[in-house]
Design a protein around this ligand. Sequence first.
Ligand SMILES: CC(C)(COP(=O)(O)OP(=O)(O)OC[C@H]1O[C@@H](n2cnc3c(N)ncnc32)[C@H](O)[C@@H]1OP(=O)(O)O)[C@@H](O)C(=O)NCCC(=O)NCCS
Length: 180
Amino acid sequence: MISTPRLHLWSLERHDLMKNYHWANQRQLIRWTGMHPFPKTAGELERWYDGLSSRQDMKIFAIKTKEGEYLGNIELRDIDHLVGRAEMGIFLADPESRGQGYGREALRGLVEFSFGDLRLHRLYARILEHNQAAQKAFLACDFEIEGRERQAHYDQWRHWDVLCYGLLAPEWKEKHHATH
Ligand SMILES: CC(C)(COP(=O)(O)OP(=O)(O)OC[C@H]1O[C@@H](n2cnc3c(N)ncnc32)[C@H](O)[C@@H]1OP(=O)(O)O)[C@@H](O)C(=O)NCCC(=O)NCCS
């Protein structure tokens, strides 16, 4: 478990799956995250979960308040231990839980864990051009914009650009672990 002032990031448990089943079928959440739009079955979610334990390239955490409320997930994917890089993804499922700083708090917790404990060197995120909240949350965690994939995503009758944000371990260390 990873702890931040208000949150615990728990390794995703099987008993978390039913909430994920509902979230993975929420059209608006699918739009923000860029998930595949096909409706998911409970069986697909179970098989996906069964496959997770053997994967070295992916780790998913349930974001829960210290009081136990399950808010959403945060993950590392395409983890490359040779290069030391991984992509980050996050969502808070209920719009009511957004805009209270939980997103950036969870991101900071996982960034600290990724650089400090996993010894990763580079974290990056791919964010849809219209997703202002996600861009602000990653910027608040010291990510920098690195590029733009033009029309790399399709949703609702049009293509959207995808913005690439990145953060390197030395940059994070300099800001948060400066030794004077
Ligand atoms: C992206 C997300 C995780 C950010 O978490 P959060 O807890 O809402 O973020 P924060 O409270 O730290 O706020 C981030 C900033 O975005 C702003 N913001 C929140 N909702 C916004 C919206 N709908 N439009 C524009 N800005 C918004 C906040 O005011 C804050 O700005 P500030 O830094 O100027 O104060 C969350 O909004 C979410 O889950 N969104 C849906 C899924 C998603 O988009 N995932 C990201 C895929 S890459």
